[in-house]
Structure formats: C-alpha cells, structure tokens
Design a protein around this ligand. Sequence first.
Ligand SMILES: CC(C)c1onc(-c2c(Cl)cccc2Cl)c1COc1ccc2cc(-c3cccc(C(=O)O)c3)sc2c1
Length: 232
Amino acid sequence: EKVEITKEQEALMKLIVDAYNKHQIPQDVTKKLLQEQYSTEENFILLTEIATSQVQVLVEFTKNIPGFLSLDHEDQIALLKGSAVEAMFLRSAQVFSRKMPIGHTEVLEERIRKSGISEEFITPLFNFYKSVGELHMSLEEQALLTAVTILTPDRPYVKDQQTVELLQEPMVDLLKKLCVLQHPQEPQYFARLLGRLTELRTLNHYHAEMLTSWRVNDHKFTPLLCEIWDVQ
Ligand SMILES: CC(C)c1onc(-c2c(Cl)cccc2Cl)c1COc1ccc2cc(-c3cccc(C(=O)O)c3)sc2c1
C-alpha cells in the first residue's frame, strides 16, 4: 500500500533536519585539515580539536530533539555519553560519502591513518566509512539516523529506558518511511541502514582501545572529551 508521511512526521523531520543543518563544525576548524602540516602529533592535535568541536555541535543538535530536554537530566547525560562516539563515527563517515570540497576526503583519511591509531583499528574504521559511503544517505537520513543513535534506550546508566524508547520510536518509523520513499528500488535499504547501527556498536569497543593506546603514549585530550569519554 502507499507509504505516506503524515503532517506531524513532516514537522518532526523539518525540526531534526534544521537542527542538523544549523549545528555544524565551524569552517575555520575543518579548514585546518587542509592547512596544518602532517605529523602524527599534529594530526592527533587537529583531530582532537575537531572531535571537541563535534561534541559541542552534537550537544546542541541533541537539545533540539523533541522531548529530549524533558528527560531526566542524568538520563540526558547518559544518552550523550553513550552515543557520542557513534554519532562522531557517523558524522566523520559522511565526510567520506558526500563529495566534500576537493581534497578534504583524502586529507582526512591521511590524517586519521597517521594519528597514532594502530593498524588493527584502522581497518574496521575505514571498512565502516566505506559501507556508509556506499549507502549514499540523504541529508534527512543522516540527521534522523543520528537522532535514532542518540535516543538508543539501552545505553549504560539510563534509568527510564521506557521514555527514551517513546522518543526513539517516531524517529525510527519516520526513517523507515523515508527510506521506502527515497530508495524505492531498494526495499532492503532501511535494513541496511540499521545494519550500520549494529556495526557502530562494535566500533565503540575498538574506540575504547584506541583511547587506551593513545593514553599509553601520553596523548592529551581536551576537558570536554575527557568528560564525555570518562578518561583521565
Ligand atoms: C580525539 C581524536 C583524536 C579522536 O579520537 N577518536 C576519534 C574518532 C575517529 Cl579518529 C574516527 C571516528 C570517530 C572518532 Cl570519535 C577522533 C577524531 O574524531 C572525529 C570526530 C568527528 C569528526 C568530524 C570531522 C569532519 C571533517 C571534515 C568536515 C566535517 C564536516 O562536518 O563538515 C567533519 S573529522 C572528525 C574526527
């Protein structure tokens, strides 16, 4: 039967997409990807700066998700801490999939490969980037998938999972309809998107190891990253 987006779903999508567009890493930060010299140390510092800016952007985007600010405050923190890495994998993955300004993609790849991350994490990381790139997600899908990731009820320390589920459900329903409407020739497209969310969970584990190996080599993070990642 015909899949239709209701008026309220239209309104919800506009809210989420506007928030996603509004909150972006400032140009002067991402432009450094093309400017700074290449060294493992410099690449790490630059990626740390971008990640810190990304967390700030993520917090602002999250505050625009309908109902989020009405959640228990400790649950708000638990959701942000639990989803930050996954949201940043998604965000940095979009850089590789959308046609970034010339050179950004190669430059970002080069800097990530040479930032002190051990080879065993580089492979799954770039496999993920490739699998997201192949989806050619629309901006609406990117924004909704990020919101769905943030509103994952079973993050550590979330007390009222029920209420988080009530917020996540309409996002998932809307994303499912959007996938059918935007990828009519690919009935399994929505399933492939959700498959990326499963892959993100495994990347969380790799990321925890990445942090440990950086810290072992005495790499410093910013106070915001230390707080959101419970390090130092
Ligand atoms: C602390 C730092 C060393 C770190 O530790 N783990 C990771 C990480 C790495 Cl490696 C890979 C995935 C996830 C994480 Cl969390 C990072 C770097 O994380 C980031 C986070 C966000 C973004 C957005 C970018 C980006 C570029 C151009 C344009 C845009 C744009 O949105 O226009 C975004 S790059 C970037 C790098």
